[in-house]
Design a protein around this ligand. Structure first.
Ligand SMILES: *[C@@H]1O[C@H](CO)[C@@H](O)[C@H](O)[C@H]1NC(C)=O
Ligand SMILES: *[C@@H]1O[C@H](CO)[C@@H](O)[C@H](O)[C@H]1NC(C)=O
Ligand SMILES: *[C@@H]1O[C@H](CO)[C@@H](O)[C@H](O)[C@H]1NC(C)=O
Ligand SMILES: *[C@@H]1O[C@H](CO)[C@@H](O)[C@H](O)[C@H]1NC(C)=O
Ligand SMILES: *[C@@H]1O[C@H](CO)[C@@H](O)[C@H](O)[C@H]1NC(C)=O
Ligand SMILES: *[C@@H]1O[C@H](CO)[C@@H](O)[C@H](O)[C@H]1NC(C)=O
Ligand SMILES: *[C@@H]1O[C@H](CO)[C@@H](O)[C@H](O)[C@H]1NC(C)=O
Ligand SMILES: *[C@@H]1O[C@H](CO)[C@@H](O)[C@H](O)[C@H]1NC(C)=O
Ligand SMILES: *[C@@H]1O[C@H](CO)[C@@H](O)[C@H](O)[C@H]1NC(C)=O
Ligand SMILES: *[C@@H]1O[C@H](CO)[C@@H](O)[C@H](O)[C@H]1NC(C)=O
Ligand SMILES: *[C@@H]1O[C@H](CO)[C@@H](O)[C@H](O)[C@H]1NC(C)=O
Ligand SMILES: *[C@@H]1O[C@H](CO)[C@@H](O)[C@H](O)[C@H]1NC(C)=O
Length: 255
C-alpha cells in the first residue's frame, strides 16, 4: 500500500460519494446503485500486468470491481519497475504473472525478492485462500537452522544465511524417502516452484525462490458479461456477480 496515494484516494472517493448521495436524494433514485459508474472497473495496468476481474487494484479501484480477497496493490518505489502485490492476512506476496485464460497466478513471497539471501522460514505446502496450490508445481526443500554442520554431499551449501546459521539446499523434494534426519539437527522447509524449471541441487536456488509458484482459482466467469460490453464486478455483501453495463448493473450480461 502506498500511504501517499491511499488517503487522497479515500478523500476523493468520499467527496464523490457524498456528491452522488446528495444528487440521489434530489433525484430520488436508489442511493448505492447510482454510485457505480460503468467506467469504474476498466482494466488497470501495473508494470507488465493487466489487472481486471476477479482481481481489483485496491489503491485505484472500488472493491466491487473484483472479488474481495483478490485484492492487489501496485507499488512503485523510486525509478524501479512497478511491483504488484497480493495482500493476504498472513503476509505479502509479489505477483509475477496472472494467467486469466487458465485462472492461475504465479507469485512468490515478497521476502524472497527483498532479501539478499532468501531462505524460507516457513513451509509452503498449501494454497492461499481463495487460491489452491496448482499441481503444475514442483517442490524444493531446504535444511536450515542446523545446530551442527552436516556433511551432506548431495546438498548445496548455503553460506549467506542470516545469523551465520548453517543451511542447505536439497533440490527437489519428493517425499521423506531420501531424508533421514533422526538426529533432528536441522529444520526442514518445503516450498513450491513452477514446474518447468530445473530444480537440481546445482541451480541458483535464490533465482528459484524468486521465480515463485502457481496457484489456481475459481470465480464466477466473466466472459458472458465482457462479451456483451460490460465490466465484471462482485458484490461482497450479497456474494453476487455483477455485470456493470453502460445503462446499469445487470445480473449476467448487458442488454
Ligand atoms: C450489494 O447489494 C446490496 C443489496 O442488494 C446493495 O444494497 C448494495 O448497493 C450492493 N453493493 C454494490 C457495490 O453494488
Ligand atoms: C515483463 O514480464 C516479463 C516476463 O513475463 C519479464 O521478463 C519482464 O522483465 C517484465 N517487464 C517488466 C517491465 O516488468
Ligand atoms: C486491500 O489491501 C489493502 C492493502 O493491504 C488493505 O489496506 C485493504 O484493507 C484491503 N481491502 C480489503 C477489502 O480487503
Ligand atoms: C496457465 O498458462 C500459463 C501460460 O500458458 C502456464 O505457464 C501455466 O503453467 C498455466 N497454469 C497452470 C495452472 O497450468
Ligand atoms: C534456530 O534455532 C534456535 C535454537 O536452536 C532457535 O532459538 C531459533 O528460533 C531458530 N530459528 C529459526 C528461524 O527457526
Ligand atoms: C564428507 O563426507 C564424504 C563422504 O560422503 C567424505 O569423503 C568427506 O571427507 C566428508 N567431509 C567432511 C568435512 O567431513
Ligand atoms: C559443503 O561444505 C562441506 C563442509 O562443511 C563440504 O564437505 C562439502 O563438500 C560442501 N558441499 C558442496 C556441495 O560444496
Ligand atoms: C526424487 O528426487 C531426486 C532428486 O532429488 C530425483 O533424482 C529422483 O528421480 C526423484 N524421485 C522421484 C520418484 O521423483
Ligand atoms: C535413520 O538413521 C538412523 C541413524 O542415524 C537409523 O538408526 C535409522 O534406522 C534410519 N531410519 C531409516 C528409515 O532409514
Ligand atoms: C515442513 O513440511 C515437511 C513435510 O511435510 C515436514 O516434514 C517439516 O517438519 C515441516 N517443517 C516445519 C518447520 O514445519
Ligand atoms: C542467483 O540469482 C539471483 C537472482 O536471480 C542473482 O541476483 C544472483 O547473482 C545469482 N547468483 C549466482 C551465483 O549466479
Ligand atoms: C486447481 O487445480 C487443481 C488441479 O491442478 C484442481 O484439482 C483444483 O480443483 C483447482 N482449484 C481451483 C480452485 O480451481
Amino acid at each position: 500500500m502506498n500511504p501517499r496515494i491511499l488517503p487522497s484516494h479515500k478523500v476523493i472517493f468520499t467527496v464523490f460519494f457524498f456528491f452522488f448521495w446528495i444528487l440521489c436524494l434530489v433525484v430520488g433514485s436508489p442511493v448505492l446503485a447510482a454510485t457505480i459508474g460503468s467506467g469504474d472497473c476498466q482494466p488497470q495496468r501495473c508494470g507488465n500486468h493487466t489487472i481486471k476481474y476477479p482481481f481489483w487494484l485496491s489503491n485505484k479501484q472500488p472493491s466491487y470491481c473484483g472479488v474481495s480477497p483478490f485484492n492487489v496493490t501496485c507499488i512503485s518505489s523510486g525509478g524501479q519497475a512497478e511491483t504488484l502485490s497480493l495482500n493476504v492476512f498472513d503476509g505479502l506476496y509479489h505477483v509475477k504473472n496472472i494467467f486469466y485464460e487458465n485462472k492461475s497466478v504465479q507469485l512468490n513471497a515478497a521476502g524472497f525478492d527483498d532479501d539478499r539471501c532468501p531462505l524460507p522460514t516457513f513451509n509452503i505446502t498449501s494454497g492461499l485462500y481463495p487460491f489452491d496450490l496448482s499441481s503444475a508445481n514442483k517442490r524444493i526443500f531446504f535444511l536450515s537452522n542446523c545446530s551442527s554442520p552436516m556433511n551432506l554431499s548431495a546438498f548445496q551449501n548455503i553460506s549467506c544465511a542470516a545469523d551465520g546459521g548453517l543451511a542447505y539446499f536439497g533440490g527437489e523434494y519428493n517425499g521423506s524417502g531420501k531424508l533421514n534426519f533422526s538426529g533432528g539437527v536441522c529444520k526442514l522447509f518445503v516450498v513450491p516452484v513452477v514446474g518447468y524449471i530445473d530444480v537440481g541441487i546445482d541451480v541458483n536456488y535464490s533465482a528459484l525462490l524468486r521465480t515463485g509458484w502457481l496457484l489456481n482459482w475459481t470465480a464466477p466467469d466473466c466472459t458472458v458479461c465482457s462479451d456483451s460490453g460490460g465490466q465484471c464486478g462482485f458484490n461482497d455483501t450479497t456474494s453476487k456477480f455483477m455485470c456493470i453495463c453502460p445503462d446499469r448493473v445487470h445480473l449476467r450480461k448487458c442488454g
